[in-house]
Design a protein around this ligand. Structure first.
Ligand SMILES: [Zn+2]
Length: 114
């Protein structure tokens, strides 16, 4: 599962950020996961406890996720629509010709601490 390796990287980045800011304990980590990123949030939830164990700075951290919508602009008629809901086809004109505007990202959005 490729989710576990990107999750490792996100947690390492969170730890580095905590270290750079003198934060001793992270209480939560927020990830932004795009609908079109290819990553499945359910796997992040599943692997998160494994990734944070044995890491003193974030072993008690909670995982929060923001799901970014997969938005597209139809190149035929200019309509904006959700790629997932419409299965990649413009609901107005039926074209599959599109520009992806958002939803491919995977980001460490925020870390929380007390
Ligand atoms: Zn269209």
């Amino acid at each position: 599962m490729h989710e576990i390796s990107v999750l490792h990287k996100a947690v390492e980045l969170a730890e580095q950020t905590a270290h750079d800011n003198g934060i001793e304990r992270i209480s939560y980590i927020t990830l932004e996961v795009g609908e079109l990123s290819g990553y499945l949030p359910v796997f992040f939830e599943k692997y998160f406890p494994l990734v944070i164990e044995n890491r003193p700075v974030c072993k008690d951290a909670k995982l929060k996720m923001i799901i970014a919508r997969g938005e597209a602009l139809c190149l035929e008629c200019g309509a904006m629509y959700n790629v997932m809901i419409q299965e990649g086809r413009c609901p107005k004109c039926g074209s599959r010709s599109k520009k992806i505007l958002g939803g491919r990202q995977f980001l460490l959005k925020e870390i929380g601490y007390e």
